[in-house]
Write a protein that binds this ligand. Structure first.
Ligand code: HEM
Length: 281
């Protein structure tokens, strides 16, 4: 199976140009969906106004080197290693979904554009990576859907309860699941055609549904994470009061209750966020 480009199976009824056109249309749908989303929710306007406000209350100006180092730390932490997730299961599931999706998208485009017909021998490694990417999304995504989601794990809602916010994860899972089923079902004519139809339907929903789904978070979250780092580094602190370091004697003298509650030996105040996760519904 890994020595056959799955898209060559479609050549009986689809031309390579038609497949390439579909990929380009989906790319344009994502770009258009993201731009309309930004305009409709006025998120870019809010983001830049907020950034300007923060800049005004900045305690110091960051130089280019400091900004570059914050950008690199956003790349290596929040983006490449999903460091925002405190729950290690959620982080692992996000890493699987994210890298799986990237591998799946890149290999799909390569298979369709670089190896459109059997005349160009498709490397088996590329086909194997296409399957691996889809499988990684399925493992990370189903793990998230059936076990990790907060409305299921902490609120006790059944796994089949759907809300609009689920559009992204469900269309993503449907796309990779039907891609795999289509690939495995190709020798069986009826099944192959059915799964291919469902694969195209779900991928169209995934890429054309950006305006209504969480798809665009993959572009917005990195910008938000970087902005958050800037506000910490320049002292603007998202316009929250800067109380200083709580262990600093000067700060403790200014706020006399701090030594009692947050001094070197604070009283026991319970487990806080280390408590048992709320799942006794
Ligand atoms: C190929 C790229 C990515 C994929 C496929 C992906 C996938 C997902 C999925 C399936 C969820 C759960 C959505 C849900 O609650 O329904 C999620 C949530 C999240 N992702 Fe990503 N992600 C990607 C990129 C990124 C990047 C680059 C960042 C950060 C820099 C990020 C940060 C987050 C955060 C913080 C959440 C949890 C908050 C929320 O649910 O809104 N993701 N992602």
């Amino acid at each position: 199976m890994f020595d056959t480009n799955p898209f060559h199976d479609l050549l009986g009824f689809l031309t390579p140009a038609a497949m390439q056109m579909y990929v380009v249309l989906m790319l344009l749908a994502v770009v258009a969906g993201t731009i309309i989303d930004v305009i409709h929710k006025k998120s870019a306007q809010y983001f830049f106004e907020n950034a300007q406000k923060a800049e005004k209350s900045a305690k110091r100006t960051l130089n280019g080197g400091e900004k570059a180092s914050l950008a690199i730390s956003t790349l290596t932490n929040e983006i490449l290693t999903s460091s925002e997730f405190c729950n290690p299961h959620r982080r692992m599931s996000h890493l699987l979904t994210m890298y799986g999706f990237i591998i799946f998208v890149v290999t799909t485009a390569t298979l369709i554009f670089a190896y459109p017909t059997p005349a160009e021998a498709t490397p088996g490694m590329l086909v194997a990576l296409w399957h691996l990417g889809a499988l990684m999304v399925c493992i990370g995504g189903y793990w998230f859907w059936f076990f990790i989601r907060v409305d299921l794990n902490s609120e006790g809602n059944p796994w089949y309860r759907l809300v609009r916010a689920d559009l992204f994860v469900l269309s993503l899972l449907a796309t990779t699941t039907f891609a795999l089923l289509w690939s495995f079902g190709q020798p069986y004519v009826g099944w192959g055609t059915l799964f291919f139809g469902l694969f195209i339907l779900s991928s169209t929903v995934l890429f054309c549904g950006v305006l209504w789904s969480k798809f665009a978070h993959m572009f917005f979250k990195p910008a938000a994470a970087y902005q958050k780092k800037l506000t910490k580094a320049d002292g603007s602190q998202e316009n929250l009061p800067d109380v200083g370091e709580l262990t600093d004697p000067a700060v403790q003298a200014k706020y006399p209750d701090i030594p009692t509650y947050m001094g070197e030996k604070p009283p026991y105040m319970g487990l806080g966020i280390k408590r048992e996760s709320p799942n006794h519904y």
